[in-house]
Design a protein around this ligand. Sequence first.
Ligand SMILES: *[C@@H]1O[C@H](CO)[C@@H](O)[C@H](O)[C@H]1NC(C)=O
Ligand SMILES: *[C@@H]1O[C@H](CO)[C@@H](O)[C@H](O)[C@H]1NC(C)=O
Ligand SMILES: *[C@@H]1O[C@H](CO)[C@@H](O)[C@H](O)[C@H]1NC(C)=O
Ligand SMILES: *[C@@H]1O[C@H](CO)[C@@H](O)[C@H](O)[C@H]1NC(C)=O
Ligand SMILES: *[C@@H]1O[C@H](CO)[C@@H](O)[C@H](O)[C@H]1NC(C)=O
Ligand SMILES: *[C@@H]1O[C@H](CO)[C@@H](O)[C@H](O)[C@H]1NC(C)=O
Length: 500
Amino acid sequence: MRIFLYFLEYFLIPQICWTHQYLPIDRLPDWKLKNDGNIGPSYGQPEQIRISYGGDPSVSFVTWQTFDDTLQSIVEYGSDWKFLNQSVLGRCSVFLDRNKNSVWRYIHRANLTALVPGQTYYYHVGSEHGWSPIYFFTALKERENDGGGYIYAVYGDLGVENGRSLGTIQKMAHRGELDMVLHVDKYFGDFAYNMDESNGETGDEFLRQIEPISAYIPYMATVGNHEYFNNFTHFVNRFTMPNSDHNLFYSYDLGHAHFVVSSTEFYFWTQWGFHQIKHQFDWLIEDLKKANENRKNVPWMITMGHRPMYCSDFDGDDCTKYESIIRTGLPLTHGYGLEKLFYEYGVDIELWAHEHSYERLWPVYNRTVYNGTHLPYTNPPAPVHIITGSAGCRENTDVFVEHPPPWSAVRSTDYGFGIMRIYNSTHLNFKQINVAQGGTEDDDFWVVKTSEKHHRPFKHRDLKKLRTYGTHVPDKYCHHHSHCPMEKKKKRTRRHQHHF
Ligand SMILES: *[C@@H]1O[C@H](CO)[C@@H](O)[C@H](O)[C@H]1NC(C)=O
Ligand SMILES: *[C@@H]1O[C@H](CO)[C@@H](O)[C@H](O)[C@H]1NC(C)=O
Ligand SMILES: *[C@@H]1O[C@H](CO)[C@@H](O)[C@H](O)[C@H]1NC(C)=O
Ligand SMILES: *[C@@H]1O[C@H](CO)[C@@H](O)[C@H](O)[C@H]1NC(C)=O
Ligand SMILES: *[C@@H]1O[C@H](CO)[C@@H](O)[C@H](O)[C@H]1NC(C)=O
Ligand SMILES: *[C@@H]1O[C@H](CO)[C@@H](O)[C@H](O)[C@H]1NC(C)=O
């Protein structure tokens, strides 16, 4: 009976790979069935150790992989590395990506709970068939020195090859200079390419390369276009994000911020189901509504998604279009556009990647750019967009159009990554570190809300402020007279038109 159940589970589970499905705890792996102490799992050594935030500073998720069923998934931990005298039993899933020569991957997950914020824990993961090295992490707690808050590394488009920012971020993680990583997409280099060639080994290699970061600080992931393969199966099955059993969209609070992660990819890989767009959109409405009710306690609202709404890159991507799909929704129907939704619920900051460059935008809504005042980032009447997708991958960095549209405030095509620090309910700082120039700063700016009551859904008076001091950018806007000499004369009058 047990054997029958075991086989049933084995063949059923890989079919339902869109959520985390765990193997039964009392299963009998094939090596165990032989009931011979000389026979054990062939590959029981854990690898790709990563921790993620459990949605509360007292909870940390630990995830790792083996290439054989080890039966047990254990984390041993403690506040002294010589006494890992606490232990927790996790669960294990089989992950088959349904590729030609699908590799059997065993993904182990365990929850560490009742952690004391600010306390450092040493841990290793595995089973009697193999243990990882001992790593450590500090349960999340607001910083006590120079201003407080949390420090986040923010980047996208970090690949296995040419991962130029990797070394700097690893070192910062070891030195306690970062609290969390917000990875805004694209993990596996040229994913589709490598997937076919090497059956997901690129994914394994990527997760090994980030281990010197992800074993020490929570690594939070956002799905990107390179994970589209087989309905994002690698992304769903390899990560463990809070408040979700699929990782594709989820949200959490940390300190003064509510983070909302969503998939822009549903809009582009519709072969996996149009319903996913609506499903996510309905979830977003509910989540943003709830977060606004709690805004007094958690004032900052920050979204993360892979493909931006605006950009000034020279590559014909969605964000270069007059009506980008992410911004205005599906073609013709304009359904499920994200710009209006995020505006109506008063999102403060929108983090994007996909473009292999760094670009900070002036506050912008519906192509009206708020650049006409002294302090555009103090109580801005529209969300602030930041695109940071130049961490380094084998596609190199992207080229910008020579004369950027008015929404572009600062841009750089050098390799680098962002450092966001949320000090308190009024002050947020963002820096872009240039690793190509040895760690100089491409950008350093503040978003300030003079009081907590400025964290709220945007209202009519914001729109008025935006129109009064802003610049509307119509279709075929003449960025520079060299681009559209015919428009030269009209230019001056156009600049002062404000349509919505
Ligand atoms: C674990 O060991 C530490 C000493 O290193 C001790 O203080 C603590 O009480 C022990 N915890 C348990 C649960 O035994
Ligand atoms: C960890 O906790 C979450 C709830 O926060 C739960 O959904 C999940 O099943 C737990 N995972 C394991 C491996 O116990
Ligand atoms: C918030 O942080 C900023 C930057 O460190 C600081 O200038 C400001 O005084 C802080 N506000 C409060 C209320 O602590
Ligand atoms: C892809 O996964 C989603 C759940 O994340 C599911 O609803 C959808 O049906 C799947 N698509 C296909 C084509 O199986
Ligand atoms: C705002 O952008 C427009 C269009 O690029 C530009 O002409 C104007 O000078 C900008 N205003 C400020 C204050 O920078
Ligand atoms: C944005 O502006 C365009 C005209 O420029 C208008 O047609 C559209 O309705 C506006 N959208 C929103 C959401 O306000």
